[in-house]
Design a protein around this ligand. Structure first.
Ligand SMILES: Cc1ncc(COP(=O)(O)O)c(C=O)c1O
Length: 395
């Protein structure tokens, strides 16, 4: 491999790092119930934030930006829009114009909240398919309410419950659905047919779809992931895309909302305040770091095979499959017959920080856990050793 994904970087104590995933901060203490301070030997695999150094072209662009020494008000150049368009055209055959890109330089949650404000009104219902990455905290504070439906699960493979979706779309007050493609935490890549069936149900019921596609570049070898607007056309659909997951730049908070439907464009009125670092890193990522993403995907594929194989052999009752997309695996601990609190305690006692099922509003709560396989293999191996040790007596 040309790039190094094996080196373990210090993100807990290194200066200028400020990693919230690795920090001893209240949100981590509250979630993991370890008290204060957090155990120094903790392994943080809970947040979808990779522990790999960014592609050299990105680091170089940031260094050059820093070295300029003046960080004044910033414009977004044509080069930025061309880089975004070029990426999605080359890799997905998805074409859109410069005027269809609405940068949101405060991350995807802000972008989705902007969409909620632009396309729904207070009192409206927003549909989520559970288990789901967390938009729970973005809906209520805006005076809208969450309308939950569950995906169907069969041995770890999830599909859409179209009847439930049809029912959820019927009340006129339910005006928006937040989709995730590929889906987090289940790793499903929704097929062309599934996407079109969802779009058809939503369109017939005047439900706007906001599709969060921030994991779209991280998929298993040989698979393809279709952006929803490409699969279904732009009417009634908004997509959020980002360099966040693909290039390990969550901290740069650079998201692009794509809107092609003229009626929706009319309603989306948010302006982005750019920073020179944000602009530089997006251009360097989309223009000059494609081979890094290819190798990242190879490395994640390797981690998937390694971790899933070990889980099958060493945690024989747990159920897990290699997901189609994302770098997360979603493990079912239910066959161990423990309560959700007992599963949670075992993972905690391993000093491995995972996101447990209740975070995603899974029906079985913490009997499920999501592991982010986005760290060097040695770190993943150590985390698995510790988790396996906790469950060994129950094998
Ligand atoms: C599906 C999905 N959407 C959005 C986010 C958060 O994006 P941002 O940090 O740009 O708000 C995450 C982070 O884990 C995610 O997994």
């Amino acid at each position: 491999m040309k790039y190094d994904f094996d080196t373990v970087h210090d993100r807990q104590n290194a200066p200028y790092q400020y990693s919230s995933k690795w920090a001893d901060i209240k949100s981590n203490r509250d979630r993991y119930n370890y008290g204060n301070p957090l155990p120094a030997d903790r392994i943080a695999l809970h947040t979808a934030d990779m522990d790999f150094a960014c592609a050299p072209a990105i680091v170089d662009a940031m260094v050059k930006t820093a070295q300029h020494g003046i960080y004044g008000y910033t414009m977004i150049p044509n080069e930025y829009y061309d880089a975004v368009r070029g990426w999605f055209s080359r890799r997905f055959g998805w074409e859109f114009e410069r005027g269809d890109i609405y940068p949101c330089m405060d991350g995807t949650h802000t972008a989705v909240r902007n969409c909620i404000e632009a396309f729904s009104k207070p009192g409206d219902g927003i549909i989520l398919m559970l288990p789901s990455y967390g938009y729970h905290n973005d809906i209520d504070p805006l005076g809208r309410h969450e309308v939950d439906i569950y995906l169907k699960e069969d041995n770890g493979y999830y599909t859409v419950d179209f009847e439930a979706l049809e029912e959820a779309c019927k009340p006129a007050e339910n005006t928006m659905m937040i989709m995730i493609q590929p889906h987090n935490p289940t790793g499903r890549i929704w097929t062309h047919e599934e996407l079109n069936k969802i779009a058809d149900i939503c369109r017939r019921n005047n439900v706007i779809i906001v599709t969060d596609e921030v994991h779209i570049d991280i998929i298993r070898k040989g698979l393809k992931c279709e952006p929803m607007m490409k699969a279904c056309g732009p009417q009634g659909i908004v997509s959020t895309t980002a360099v966040n997951k693909t290039f390990n730049m969550a901290g740069m908070a650079m998201t692009n909302v794509i809107i092609q439907d003229p009626e929706l464009k009319e309603k989306y009125k948010f302006r982005a305040s750019a920073t020179p670092f944000g602009v530089s890193c997006v251009i360097a990522a989309y223009n000059d770091s494609e081979d890094w993403v290819e190798e990242l995907n190879e490395y994640v594929d390797m981690l998937m095979e390694y971790a899933v194989d070990r889980i099958h052999k060493e945690l024989p009752k747990a159920k897990v499959i290699i997901p189609e997309g994302t770098y997360t695996i979603w493990i079912d601990f239910r066959p161990y017959g423990l309560t959700a609190a007992e599963v949670n305690k075992k993972i905690n006692d391993a000093h491995v920080m995972l996101k447990m099922g209740s975070v995603f509003d899974d029906a079985d709560g913490d009997c499920w856990a999501r592991i982010c396989l986005s760290s060097p293999k040695s770190m993943v191996a150590e985390a698995l050793d510790r988790i396996v040790a906790q469950f060994r007596d129950l094998a």
